[in-house]
Design a protein around this ligand. Structure first.
Ligand code: F6P
Length: 373
């Protein structure tokens, strides 16, 4: 009996998802004679049994296509929104997995997807996950599908903003994605020759940032490029956040935990406009005209880069090898271009932060980029 495999894409979309779907279906069908169905809109499709059959002809030509042919959502089986409340739909997911006589479910996604996959795996589903996130924050793998394309888009934007900053003698603040890890900001800032890069891993002091800009101005550089990760925070914000997070973990009383959790949510909501605040603060402190550009979802659109197509294909074909070998409960990681299985339980809930001594950090500092601290 040949294996029957379900595929879904979950979480934020990104370039390279279709390349991965294509690689799974083509390699699984040709090499192992596997059958495939694709659930629509992430875990929602699994819960609602909404799927399409996938054949090699259907995925032919999608290598270069943006988005995901399956659609995606951030829905979670264990907290599925129904009539305004979250309901545990794990049983429903298992029922549909069995009803379709699946042997494996391949989930392509980031940190949230890993959590969903972990719970389903514990509930008895044979799961294989593929790392996909422009944020590049999945631990233990060298590469995540989507990151390279996003890095290219952000770098291109910095290049374009450079010339206008220069022409007008302005400060231009560029907000890029990365709410927990600063890989895009650091990488694109390095590649685009930013003057200041602010990432969540290094809390910043706005006065020191302003000083760095004024020093630059005095040396004859009349403009500055400031690249900020959406999750970057000032030293004082970082202190508040750490205290709240600590309360959420430590306090025994349930009501206090709930209060801390609510405050954390509020903090993140308020934090949304923080790059506008940074821009205004820099204008005020330096007396230089300042502008803000938020790249937002532009970073998740468009054609995948050559590298993202290659890794999506590498990880996708490795996934069908793992299905055939019965290696379940794993994420397909890449190290020096070798695909290898990482047990989901080893990485679930963990984040691949930028290490303080990462070579990109060292090179940034050595080329005169100010990192905010
Ligand atoms: O895919 C990850 C990510 O790009 C984060 O950096 C960002 O905070 C988030 O997605 C926003 O996604 P959405 O608007 O789709 O919820």
């Amino acid at each position: 009996m040949k294996e029957k495999v379900g595929i879904l894409t979950s979480g934020g979309d990104c370039p390279g998802l279709n390349a991965a779907i294509r690689a799974i279906v083509k390699s699984g069908y040709e090499k192992y004679g596997m059958k495939f169905i694709g659930f629509k809109n992430g875990f929602r499709g699994l819960i609602q049994n909404n799927f399409v059959e996938l054949f090699p002809e259907m995925v032919s030509g999608i290598l270069t296509h943006r988005g995901t042919i399956l659609g995606t959502s951030r829905d979670k089986p264990h907290r599925f929104p129904e009539n305004g409340v979250n309901v545990d739909k794990t049983e429903e997911a298992i029922k549909n997995y069995k009803r379709n006589k699946l042997d494996t479910l391949i989930c392509i996604g980031g940190g949230g997807t890993l959590k969903n996959a972990y719970y389903l795996s514990k509930a008895g589903i044979n799961i294989i996950t593929l790392p996909k996130t422009i944020d590049n924050d999945i631990p233990k793998t060298d590469s995540c599908i989507g990151f390279d394309t996003a890095l290219g888009i952000a770098t291109d934007a910095i290049d374009r903003l450079h010339s206008t900053a220069m022409s007008h003698d302005r400060i231009i603040v560029i907000e890029v994605m990365g709410h927990r890890a600063g890989w895009i900001a650091l990488g694109a800032g390095l590649a685009g020759g930013a003057d200041i890069i602010l990432i969540p891993e290094i809390p910043y002091d706005i006065k020191k940032c302003a000083k760095a800009i004024i020093k630059r101005k005095k040396s004859g550089k009349l403009f500055s490029i400031v690249v900020v990760a959406e999750g970057a925070m000032s030293k004082s914000q970082h202190k508040i956040l750490s205290e709240l997070a600590c309360k959420k973990e430590k306090f025994v009383s349930k009501s206090e935990k709930i209060k801390a959790k609510q405050k954390l949510v509020e903090f993140h909501k308020e934090h949304l406009s923080h790059t506008l605040v940074i821009t205004r603060q820099l204008e005020e402190l330096t007396k230089m005209e300042s502008r803000l550009t938020i790249l937002g979802h532009l970073q998740r659109g468009g054609t995948p880069s050559a590298y993202d197509r290659i890794i999506a294909t590498r990880i996708g074909t490795a996934a069908t090898q793992f299905v055939s070998a019965g290696k379940y409960g794993v994420l397909v990681g890449l190290k020096e271009d070798k695909a290898f299985p990482i047990p989901i339980e080893e990485i679930v809930g963990k984040i691949n932060f930028v290490p303080q001594n990462h070579p990109w950090i060292i090179s940034a500092k050595e080329t005169g980029i100010f990192l905010g601290d």
